[in-house]
Design a binder for this molecule. Structure first.
Ligand SMILES: [Zn+2]
Length: 145
């Protein structure tokens, strides 16, 4: 790892990273990440799969749902402040570098909803031929409990 010598170096590096992100976004590169389904709306955040290093054969997004809920969702939707991060259906998209497939661990109610799955695949550029949805045992919204 190198350390930026001055602010200009640092800004160049930020710009490079942003350009790369933009490029990948435009190329339809798939993401790994986490998501919520609130009402009929999908909310998600993630990293481009190609930018994530595999750990034990898995490419995963480092952020937890609780952080995403508290720091982002509750900011965009202040009315969500009365619910905790487990209230709404949620899930996580990872990439298995060995099977070359995306795995989506999610609530039962998402696993049984092909419409929302189509939306997730579309938004996160996940090729539907290489993805499977499965129960994430600890993902249980207020309806699935
Ligand atoms: Zn549920």
């Amino acid at each position: 790892m190198t350390i930026a010598k001055n602010v200009s170096d640092l800004l160049d590096r930020v710009k490079e990273k942003n350009d790369r992100f933009q490029e990948l976004s435009e190329s339809g590169s798939p993401y790994v990440g986490i998501f919520y389904v609130i009402g009929k709306e999908l909310y998600w955040e993630g990293d481009h799969m190609s930018e994530v290093k595999a750990m034990n054969g898995i490419k995963d997004y480092p952020r937890e749902h609780s952080k995403y809920w508290n720091l982002s969702i509750q900011r965009i939707l202040p009315e969500m402040k009365k619910y905790d991060y487990q209230y709404y259906p949620r899930g996580r998209v990872i990439y298995n570098d060995e099977t070359k497939k995306f795995e989506v661990y999610c609530d039962k109610c998402i696993k049984n909803d092909s419409n929302i799955q189509r939306e997730i695949n579309g938004e996160m550029n996940i090729p539907y031929t290489t993805v499977y949805y499965t129960d994430g045992a600890h993902y249980k919204c207020h309806d699935c409990k």
